[in-house]
Design a protein around this ligand. Structure first.
Ligand code: SF4
Length: 60
C-alpha cells in the first residue's frame, strides 16, 4: 500500500489529520504531509482518503 497526497490539490482542511495524526500532518505550508505509511491504531485509511473533500489522498 502506498499513500500519497497531491499537494497541488490539498486545501489543508485538516480532516485527514483528525482522522489519523500519526500519518497526516498539516505543516507550515498549509497542506497535509504523510508522516508514515501505517498507523498503530489501525485507522481505515481508505475511509480517511474518501473523506477528503477534494479527493487528493490516494491509496494505491
Ligand atoms: S483531507 Fe484532503 S484537503 Fe483536507 S488536509 Fe487532508 S489531504 Fe488536504
Amino acid at each position: 500500500m502506498k499513500l500519497t497526497v497531491d499537494a497541488a490539490t490539498c486545501v489543508g482542511c485538516g480532516l485527514c489529520e483528525q482522522g489519523c495524526p500519526e500519518i497526516f500532518q498539516i505543516q507550515g505550508d498549509g497542506i497535509a504531509h504523510i508522516l508514515a505509511q501505517d498507523c498503530s491504531l489501525s485507522h481505515n485509511l481508505k475511509e480517511i482518503a474518501d473523506s477528503c473533500p477534494v479527493n487528493c489522498i490516494k491509496v494505491a
